[in-house]
Design a protein around this ligand. Structure first.
Ligand code: ATP
Length: 378
């Protein structure tokens, strides 16, 4: 039987989590005809975080965002913004009353309005529109362009106007739909760093959607991976990369090597030897190694041969073929110690490994929250 104190503590924790959440989606569903775009998605976004919703094209990210904004009505589930239920089976708060700002992929600026008019568009009658628009244009670093038309601005500047327009009514949360995808590669890096800096200053909770892993990992405080209409895993970028919940998530979030193995509790045996595991496992499993966790050491008697090298400047990826025919990737930062195609090598593993039930599955016992699959952060 549970101790009363423990029970109360648990309730307090639950309450604490609930009061902390800036956006909460429970069991969210949206079906377009035959297409189940979102199927039972859960999402908690903590106040003040820069949160990325990451997933492959078509997995339902934009639909989630549009439902939070009130532009799409859910077929099931509940959405809260702060403490307020804005969508449920018997409730649908209109978009303009949700206190949610949105920046669309294509910015959606009104082409016939000046910058100032665009920014002031969402402000009510009694607001001091001019002062507020000057304030937000200053915040996004765009003073002096108030009278210009959108077509007289660069892509990066238009993106900032869209951001200023969304921030002007002081929303509780800001939603960004692929906000950087219209910018060319050179501009994208700069604009996304600037946008994050601006939003950190405002402390507004931001949920942004992207299919770009690097963008999500480098910008977000927390992130969720979405696939096939469901949120698969939620955590910090670091934990998601280190402890992916499945083979699918591991490959979606970077390079990963897999070898068949046999689990024995906290240890697994595979072609490269015996290794300590992050998660407890048994029977037939898949062992996952990140390329940067594999070290290659020149050894004429070693079980592998370097077959290819991809050089990226800041690092390089060495492709190794083991005598069994298995191919592995190993990432080196800086020099690789003189390895060239044809070098025979030993393969060493630096980190505890992760295993998945074979062929595919979900490792439980991770230091990560896997919504809907029963695993909790210990
Ligand atoms: P992307 O990264 O390509 O923008 P996404 O993850 O944002 O994709 P959604 O735009 O949410 O995905 O779409 C999810 C699924 O729902 C897709 O199969 C899409 O074709 C479908 N869908 C979205 N909107 C509609 C609609 N209005 N009518 C019919 N199907 C739709």
């Amino acid at each position: 039987m549970k101790d009363k104190g423990e029970e109360e503590g648990r309730m307090l924790n639950t309450e604490h989590r609930k009061t902390k959440t800036a956006i909460c989606c429970e069991n969210l569903c949206r079906i377009f005809g035959e297409v189940p775009a979102v199927c039972g998605a859960h999402l908690d976004v903590n106040p003040g975080t820069f949160f990325a919703l990451l997933g492959p094209s078509g997995c339902g990210k934009t639909t989630v965002l549009r439902m939070i904004a009130g532009l799409e009505i859910p077929d099931g589930g509940e959405i809260k913004v702060g403490q307020r239920v804005v969508a449920s089976h018997n409730r649908n708060v209109s978009p303009e009353k949700r206190k949610v700002g949105m920046v669309f992929q294509e910015y959606a600026l009104f082409p016939h309005m000046t910058v100032a008019e665009n920014v002031q568009y969402g402000l009510g009658r009694c607001d001091d529109k001019k002062m507020r628009s000057q304030e937000v244009l200053h915040l996004v670093g765009l003073e002096g362009v108030e009278t210009r038309m959108p077509h007289e601005l660069s892509g990066g500047q238009q993106q900032r106007v869209a951001l200023a327009r969304a921030l002007a009514p002081k929303p509780d949360v800001l939603l960004l739909d692929e906000p950087f995808s219209n910018l060319d590669a050179a501009l994208r890096n700069r604009v996304r760093t600037d946008v994050r800096h601006i939003l950190r200053q405002t402390k507004v909770t931001t949920l942004f959607v992207t299919h770009d892993q690097e963008e999500a990992l480098s910008l977000a405080d927390e992130m969720a991976v979405m696939m096939n209409g469901k949120i698969i895993q939620t955590d910090t970028p670091q934990n998601l990369y280190r402890y992916p919940a499945s083979h699918q998530v591991a490959t979606f979030l970077g390079d990963a090597n897999f070898l068949p193995g046999r689990g024995r509790g906290q240890e697994v045996e595979c072609e490269l030897g015996s290794f300590a595991t992050q998660n407890s496992c048994s029977h037939e499993v898949e062992v996952m190694f990140r390329p940067e966790d594999l070290e290659l050491i020149v050894d004429a008697q070693g079980p592998g041969e370097v077959v290819d090298i991809e050089y990226f400047g800041h690092d390089q990826l060495l492709h190794v073929q083991l005598d069994s025919g298995t191919r592995l990737k190993s990432r080196f930062v800086g020099s690789n110690g003189g390895l060239i195609p044809g070098s025979r090598v030993q393969v060493r593993v630096h980190e505890k490994v992760i295993t998945y039930p074979s062929p595919y599955g979900c490792p439980i016992n991770q230091k990560t929250e896997v919504r809907g699959q029963g695993a909790e952060i210990p």
